[in-house]
Design a protein around this ligand. Structure first.
Ligand SMILES: Nc1nc2c(ncn2[C@@H]2O[C@H](COP(=O)(O)OP(=O)(O)OP(=O)(O)O)[C@@H](O)[C@H]2O)c(=O)[nH]1
Ligand SMILES: [Mg+2]
Length: 329
């Protein structure tokens, strides 16, 4: 059905270029970015709305690891392009790399005067709690957009038809009324909408965003206009704060494990000791990973006159600080 609609739009534009040349109206290009945790249904939403065939996840692993664009498709007087983003879940790609990817895409668009009309944040209404990963993703979404641009966002509660009326309205009320969930974004103008995996509900979301006046996202002005490094941006600071907290929790866990190991040694319980040491090794690995991510979020010092003169390098010095070539030793 989506393909038919796209094909239809192509033939419409061909007719326009022939018989109705004088009445030809140019559709307004609209770009909408889709964010949300891994597995929240970002790619599925994009495919449903655009008729694209971007890869959808099958298992628990994250499936979208890069920024990808949908087919551009007509909707009312707009030509809509949807932009898929990876979720922050620190598995296949680190959260720092994901932030760098998204930030670089947004900064490039801003620098090339291509406006972002809106941002969608997807949240599964089937989730019975707002866990650490969901909170982290939402925080990153909020910090990337910043106050004024939140008016151009939609928080989309998807999988809406998967739970009964009582549960979904109770969950929605909780999500929009709690300060640590969606309330601050809603107060700043984010619109809460629902999606039941149909083209109609996807279009309703897109129509809401397409009709709004585009505004730059905070990360765009921070990186391009104010020439901040990524680590100096609101999103960068939020991610760094999160990495520090997670690392502290791991360090605490390591201290507790050390006590348990000493106890096992004292009791001469060899099996217990081996199991605990194996568990400690894993926690230590996670902690080291978090420390190395923190390290990569450190500001990079200017590297010389020539580099200073290079506008592009200056612009993205924050992003360059998180690529492997530019790691501080
Ligand atoms: N029932 C139902 N399942 C859905 C819906 N949207 C997505 N899914 C399923 O949820 C899983 C994840 O969907 P994706 O679209 O890959 O999610 P994603 O957010 O792009 O995930 P990543 O690319 O890993 O970040 C897939 O198995 C989809 O089929 C929906 O509206 N209803
Ligand atoms: Mg995806």
């Amino acid at each position: 059905m989506r393909k038919g609609q796209n094909a239809g739009s192509v033939s419409t534009s061909k007719q326009d270029s022939g018989m109705h040349k004088k009445r030809k109206t140019k559709r307004k290009p609209v770009t909408i970015v889709v964010m949300g945790p891994t597995g929240s249904g970002k790619t599925s939403f994009i495919n449903t709305a655009s008729g694209s065939e971007l890869r959808v996840g099958l298992g628990l692993e994250s499936s979208t690891e890069n920024i990808q664009k949908s087919n551009t498709f007509p909707l009312d007087e707009y030509d809509v392009t949807l932009v898929d983003t990876p979720g922050f879940d620190d598995t296949n790609i680190s959260d720092v790399d994901i932030l760098a990817l998204i930030a670089k895409y947004l900064a490039d668009e801003f620098e090339n005067r291509r406006q972002i009309s809106g941002v969608i944040y997807l949240h599964r209404i089937t989730d019975n709690r707002m866990g650490g990963t969901a909170l982290r993703n939402f925080r990153m979404f909020k910090e990337l957009c910043g106050g004024p641009a939140l008016a151009n966002t939609a928080i989309v509660l998807n999988m809406w038809n998967e739970v009964n009326e009582g549960i979904r309205s109770a969950r929605k009320n909780e999500l929009v009324s709690k300060d640590n969930f969606f309330k601050p974004a809603v107060t700043a103008g984010a619109k809460v909408l629902t999606h039941d995996n149909t083209v109609d509900s996807a279009y309703a979301v897109l129509r809401h965003l397409a009709t709004r006046r585009p505004r730059p996202l905070l990360i765009q002005t921070e990186l391009v206009s104010r020439k901040k490094q990524l680590c100096e941006t609101s999103a960068g600071a939020a991610l760094l704060g999160d990495l520090v907290k997670r690392e502290q929790r791991q360090a605490e866990q390591l201290r507790d494990m050390q006590k348990e190991i000493e106890e096992a040694i004292r009791k001469k319980d060899e099996e217990d000791r081996r199991e605990l040491e194996e568990a400690r090794r894993k926690v230590d690995e996670t902690r080291r990973h978090l420390l190395s991510q923190q390290q990569r979020m450190k500001p990079v010092k200017p590297v010389g006159v020539r580099a200073q003169r290079n506008r592009r390098r200056r612009l993205f010095r924050g992003l360059l600080c998180v690529t492997s070539d530019n790691l501080e030793t």
